[in-house]
Design a protein around this ligand. Structure first.
Ligand SMILES: *[C@@H]1O[C@H](CO)[C@@H](O)[C@H](O)[C@H]1NC(C)=O
Ligand SMILES: *[C@@H]1O[C@H](CO)[C@@H](O)[C@H](O)[C@H]1NC(C)=O
Length: 131
């Protein structure tokens, strides 16, 4: 190989390594949101989650069952996922992932246990329905 090819190869390798390192630091990791059906009375929970760009469709969560989705947080830190949740004669909305609220506590997994009064983060921090 002549010098310029060798330089080019070295440069490409360095660039690739740099990209891998910077990527790990700056690219947000995947976030996992879990939704558990903690409703009493053996009812099926139907959830429909969306963000500005994604519609995750309808999912039926059996009694004591769960469903989860993954996403990559965006660069500007404004990721928002909201879900409709319905069972029996109930229909509610909830913001299941608000980046500002959840980024720190949802580093690995973001578990929500759905109760009649609203979802509880990690089964402890209970929130009210948005509507
Ligand atoms: C769900 O969990 C509750 C509380 O642990 C239990 O009483 C109930 O039998 C469970 N239902 C099903 C369908 O597993
Ligand atoms: C949920 O609570 C358990 C027990 O307190 C704790 O160990 C775990 O880190 C919590 N998980 C999250 C995602 O906050």
């Amino acid at each position: 190989m002549n010098l310029s090819i060798r330089l080019f190869v070295a440069f490409t390798i360095i660039l690739t390594l740099l990209q891998a390192c910077i990527g790990d630091v700056y690219l947000p990791a995947k976030t996992r949101v879990q939704i558990f059906n903690s409703l009493p009375g053996e009812v099926t929970l139907t959830v429909h989650c969306k963000s500005k760009d994604d519609d995750l469709g309808f999912h039926q969560i059996p009694p004591n069952g769960s469903w989860e989705f993954h996403f990559k947080a965006n660069f500007v830190g404004s990721t928002l996922f909201f879900c409709s949740m319905q069972w029996s004669d109930q229909f509610h909305y909830f913001d299941i992932y608000i980046e500002k609220r959840d980024y720190d506590r949802c580093k690995y997994v973001c578990p929500w246990y759905v109760r009649p009064s609203g979802p509880c983060f990690n089964n402890t921090d209970c929130e009210n329905w948005n509507s």
